[in-house]
Design a binder for this molecule. Sequence first.
Ligand code: ADE
Length: 244
Amino acid sequence: MIGIISAMHDELAELLHVLKDKKTTILGNREYYTGNINNTPVTIVFSKWGKVAAAITTTQLIATFQPSEIIFTGVAGGIDADLNIGDLVYGTQLVQHDMDASPLFPKFEIPLLGKSFFKTSENLKLHQCIVDFNEHYFTHISEQEANDFNISKPKLVSGLIASGDEFISDVQSIEILKKNLPNLQCVEMEGASVAQVCEEYQIPFSILRIISDKADASSPIDFPLFTKKIASKYAKGILQNYCS
Ligand code: ADE
């Protein structure tokens, strides 16, 4: 069974429409939707925002539903200057950018786990599904929707994603992040905590982020509409194909 997590309902709303034989289990104030997509068993859940919410959800998902792998998908703020709204980031490593127990431990290192960076699984099938999605982009997203967000030809990059309990929306924070983590692609608020739980429970983990904003002063304005109109269609287009 594949576990699929997003922080918000809007990010997976379209995928939920293609979930067959849906059964809902309520645990810890969250709804876990179990069923089949293209005859592949899945459990879909919205974690809510932030590292604690994501860790609670991931732990419950693993303990109750025993997924063979977990995929996290959702939106992120672009940090690398080359990233534009609508681009895709396939996470290869995750770091908690607000973890700092120095001088007792190096900045970013998770105390007593002895690591700062969590590697994701090399999920070639998921990567190929993202490539396929991009090749047939306008069968998933209408030209009007793409124009509304100034998306022309989205690109896919692989790399480092940082998570923290902070919505980044100013240039100064971006500069600090870039200085400390020069290879950083994007920021969000859950991925590295899901990665930590998956590492502790030895569950393969993948992460896919869709750039919703550039983590600057314009980010809160773009955000809610983008999630509903664009991100949920990316998740459906990519993950429906993955579940086959
Ligand atoms: N998720 C989407 N955009 C974000 C941002 N700018 N900061 C943190 N998380 C985000």
